[in-house]
Design a protein around this ligand. Structure first.
Ligand code: ATP
Ligand code: MG
Length: 434
């Protein structure tokens, strides 16, 4: 395949071999066209039935859509062709024929259910607008990585097979590890803290988290990508700054480098980077404002978790990203630090997109005694977490961080309806393969 030319690179006068998928066949009688598609775009192949070798015409026009073919010939200018050029073939080879019955139509003329699309991802990804999502996903992860590097973070990867969970016994997938019970990790939380407490100070990780969520919602996966940050000598305000920077960097990356993809997705006009300085509301202000929307039958009181309808109503009113700070300590995990002057209020924060939660973070409890007490209060056995708590006895600086849901970021940036669209092979209650 060394001498293969991509469709987009074919110039009039060139002798080329192009190879790709049969996107469309158009037979106009004496003349017929095969539209060949590759990763760079499409190119028209012209067949003049009376003037060309019969076997060549038969091969070119007898092939089923989505078959893989290789075509060698001369590129000519043709203003009526979609890309202003066409190939006049000298030879056509069918490299991999496709079954004429396709489970979904990659030309996009016939819509397919999401489950059919996910069952046949290879075919689904042949659609420009689907491929665009994953090009954007790659750009978002690249931009996030670059921004973390720019603020002095080292990229780490931590174990996904673990002995204990972080948020209690629920939501964990148990596995068997050489005859012992182990779990798929639901968050890199404890590991990233252990590294922030070393000389490395500032770390980030982009990796999978596993959550045995019982509910099947449009914004929950059982395997998701978490974008995590942890920084020594940081407080909750610093962590919020980094969260905002990374989210904005993702938008900026997409705006700068994904113009074609935004076009394919029909977003070119409306796409914009959110303005800096996301508003910061305390939890108390948040519940007051949610109550004032009238969206809930029962008004919220201090200590309640925020119901989805409440978040949505407030999101619509605010219309931009915003932080919720100063959460009640009792509804945040044990590793979140409480305010020194009021232990009922924590340094935990969430970053919200108008549609949903994107980030949870906070300053961490770095004092050994307080940490162990917190375990007990949350009904966890501190002994099980000794590998973690022990390190807090040997010089653990104050630190803060957050976890940002990668797919939720992609989903909100692109306005996708279902989080599964942002994952190549999503894992949910029903879906374990492909
Ligand atoms: P939610 O309340 O929306 O279920 P959470 O508060 O349980 O989320 P956290 O433990 O705070 O989630 O995780 C940090 C971030 O990771 C979330 O803000 C979200 O963006 C993402 N996240 C968490 N669980 C999932 C999941 N099951 N699927 C996709 N993303 C998730
Ligand atoms: Mg959360």
């Amino acid at each position: 395949m060394q001498d293969r030319t991509h469709a987009a690179d074919a110039e009039p006068g060139d002798d080329v071999t192009v190879a790709g998928w049969v996107h469309e066949l158009r037979d106009l009688g004496g003349i017929a066209f095969l539209i060949l598609r590759d990763s760079s775009g499409k190119i028209q192949i012209k067949f003049e039935k009376d003037e060309m070798d019969e076997a060549l015409v038969e091969t070119g026009l007898g092939v089923a859509r989505e078959s893989v073919v290789s075509v060698s010939g001369r590129v000519e200018e043709e203003p009526r062709a979609p890309t202003d050029v066409e190939v006049v073939p000298e030879s056509v080879e069918v490299i991999a024929p496709a079954d004429p019955e396709l489970p979904l139509d990659p030309s996009g003329k016939v819509d397919a259910e999401l489950s059919t699309r996910l069952d046949n991802r290879t075919l689904d990804l042949r659609k420009e607008e689907v491929q665009a999502i994953f090009e954007v996903r790659a750009e978002i992860l690249r931009a996030a990585r670059e921004r973390f590097r720019a603020v002095g973070c080292t990229e780490i990867t931590t174990p996904k097979i673990v002995a204990t969970g972080t948020e209690g016994g629920t939501e964990l997938f148990p596995i068997t590890y050489f005859g012992r019970e182990a779990f798929m990790n639901q968050s890199p939380q404890l590991f990233k803290q252990l590294i922030a407490g070393s000389n490395v100070e500032r770390v980030f990780e982009i990796g999978p988290i596993f959550r045995a969520e019982e509910h099947n919602t449009p914004r929950h996966l059982n395997e998701a990508t978490s974008i995590d940050f942890e920084g020594a000598f940081c407080d909750d305000g610093d962590a919020m700054d980094v969260a905002e920077e990374v989210v904005r960097a993702a938008y900026e990356g997409v705006a700068e480098n994904c113009a074609d993809q935004l076009e394919s997705l029909g977003l070119a006009e409306e796409f914009s980077v959110p303005e800096a300085s996301f508003p910061r509301l305390t939890y108390e202000e948040t519940i007051e404002r949610i109550n004032a929307t009238g969206a809930l039958e029962e008004p919220l009181v201090w200590g309640d978790d925020l119901p989805t309808e409440g978040e949505k109503a407030l999101g619509e009113e605010i219309g931009s990203h915003y932080f919720i700070t100063d959460w009640p300590s009792e509804i945040k995990p044990f590793y979140i630090k409480d305010h020194d002057d009021d232990p009922e209020v924590s340094t935990g924060f969430d970053l919200m997109h108008p549609r949903m939660e994107l980030v949870s973070g906070g300053q961490r409890e770095h004092r050994y005694d307080h940490l162990v007490e917190g375990f007990e209060q949350q009904g966890l056995d501190p002994e099980q977490f000794e590998y973690y708590t022990e390190m807090f006895r040997y010089g653990m600086p104050p630190h803060a961080g957050f976890g940002l849901g990668g797919e939720r970021l992609i989903m909100t940036i692109l306005g996708l309806e279902n989080i599964r669209e942002a994952v190549l092979f999503p894992r949910d209650r029903q879906r374990l393969s492909p």
